[in-house]
Design a protein around this ligand. Structure first.
Ligand code: UD1
Ligand code: UDP
Length: 440
């Protein structure tokens, strides 16, 4: 079996690293394609170093540009490489342009796609990421899903539960493994060593790069106004290149950089960043990965967004959405600083993203699918005369698998009277309302 992985941005490298390492450990043939979307060493090479994975086998060097340009160049590059390499499955991760390009190319080449971190939905179609992840989920063969809630999103869109694998999120694998390494090593980045973070208290780690925030001056101004008033905190801001450009274009960079309690540094390596975030009192961010890492590291998070595709973090109590609203930022940040009961409750929020075995679970599922022939994509030869969608109330002890066998059906949605639950094979359906597809 040969597995190809497509990645291209900082979070994709971080979240695919545990899977790449697991594939390597099992001696499975693999090839890694870098799209070149992120190219500064602080946004790319340093992560291969910190996460101890080999340099990619290919780099398509698409660089920066409009969505259409980036996606088009990626598709062209990816197609050529896949035609040569002929992998059995291609893994894409998350919601960047690489996911869109990779999944589309593979679907047309009839190569199986495994979408890592599938099923997330913000329901905000103005976000490029929402489009990317939805399109990828239409084109995929196997779905590696961090939580049951995200799996239900996919069932609600009509996908077959047979292709859905709730694995946890590989960000937990990466966090657990590398925090230990980081602690042994200590801070490596000069810019951070100079700040003497070990002896700093009230640290607020800030990151923001989301287009809908940093490309809109009014939102940036509101956020900066809040930061000005948070002068009892030491704000460490590893700045994303996109954000540095827009702050400079808006003429706001120097104003922020001149504040004594704000320390803007270039993007930092993964080990340093884990040390920084795990020593923080508060994380203020619009990053997807950081919302997950915050709850994994037991650090309260305030998210600079009006919606999130990670609602589990909010439901668990570890994350609060504050948008770019100055008052909401200040009110919640001050409460975390002064109300220890409130802060403790946020810190103790249960991590919904698993126990650090997401990479193992993912590769287990791929190996099984390969053995069972599920990765061979071919036009069907079974004749399907009719296909009906049905709904019924179950009043007997019967598991999902037993029901499916008996009825020649596929269970889709299960409602337990209170909420949707994921139809695992062994779930007893007694007392549940279900929807299913009937094949005849
Ligand atoms: C991309 C992803 C976003 C992800 C983020 C992770 C898409 C649509 N967006 O956003 O989902 O959360 O990566 O960080 O795929 N730049 C550099 N050096 C680099 C890379 C970028 O200077 O190495 C600058 C360029 O000016 C570029 C801008 O940053 O135009 C934006 O980069 P781009 O990759 O287009 O989008 P991100 O904002 O990084
Ligand atoms: N990160 C890092 N150094 C930084 C900022 C972020 O290592 O200076 C890591 C962080 O730990 C997380 C990931 O980058 O795992 C998040 O990436 P980003 O915010 O760029 O993208 P998103 O997750 O929003 O797609």
């Amino acid at each position: 079996m040969k597995i190809a992985t497509i990645l291209g941005t900082r979070p994709e490298i971080i979240k695919m690293a545990p899977i790449i390492a697991e594939i390597d450990k099992r001696g499975i043939d693999q090839v890694v394609l870098h799209t070149g979307q992120h190219y500064d060493k602080e946004m790319s090479d340093n992560f291969f170093r910190d996460l101890e994975i080999p340099a990619p086998d290919y780099n398509i060097h698409v660089g920066s540009g409009s969505h259409a340009r980036q996606t088009g160049l990626m598709m062209k590059g990816i197609e050529g490489i896949l035609l040569d390499e002929k992998p059995d499955i291609v893994l894409v991760q998350g919601d960047t342009n690489a996911v869109l390009a990779g999944a589309l190319v593979c679907a047309k080449l009839h190569i199986a796609v495994g979408h890592v971190e599938a099923g997330l939905r913000s329901f905000d179609t103005t976000m490029p990421e929402e489009i990317n992840r939805r399109v990828a989920d239409v084109c995929s063969t196997m779905y590696f899903i961090p939580t049951e809630e995200s799996a239900i999103n996919l069932l609600a869109e009509g996908l077959s539960r047979k292709n859905l694998f709730i694995t946890g999120n590989t960000v937990v694998d990466a966090c657990f493994r590398h925090l230990e390494i980081a602690k042994k090593r200590g801070f490596g980045e000069e810019s951070l060593a100079d700040l003497d973070i070990e002896n700093m208290d009230n640290i607020l780690t800030l990151t923001m790069h989301r287009a809908e925030n940093v490309d809109v001056k009014e939102r940036v101004v509101n956020i900066i106004d809040a930061l000005k008033e948070l002068n009892q905190m030491n704000i460490i801001f590893p700045i994303h290149p996109r954000t540095k450009n827009t702050l400079q274009n808006f003429g706001l960079f120097d104003e922020l950089n001149d504040l004594e309690h704000v320390h803007i540094v270039k993007p930092i390596g993964y080990l340093d960043f884990l040390l920084l975030t795990s020593s923080s009192t508060l994380i203020l961010t619009d990053s997807g990965g950081l919302q997950e890492e915050a709850i994994t590291l037991d650090v309260p998070a305030l998210t600079l967004r009006y919606n999130t595709e990670r609602p589990e973090t909010v439901a668990a109590g570890g994350n609060i959405l504050v948008g770019s609203n100055k008052d909401a930022i200040l009110e919640n940040a001050n409460r975390i600083l002064t109300d220890s009961e409130f802060a403790e409750k946020m810190k103790n929020a249960e991590n919904p993203y698993g126990d650090g075995k997401a990479a193992e679970n993912t590769v287990d599922a791929i190996e099984k699918a390969f053995t069972e022939g599920m990765l061979n994509i071919a036009a069907p030869e079974d004749i399907m005369t009719s296909f009906e969608r049905k709904m019924t109330q179950i009043d007997e002890d019967i598991t999902v698998l037993e029901f499916e066998k008996r009825e020649n059906a596929l269970v889709n949605l299960v409602f337990n009277g209170e909420k949707m639950i994921f139809p695992r094979d062994e779930l007893n359906l007694n007392g549940m309302m279900i929807t299913y597809v009937l094949y005849t």
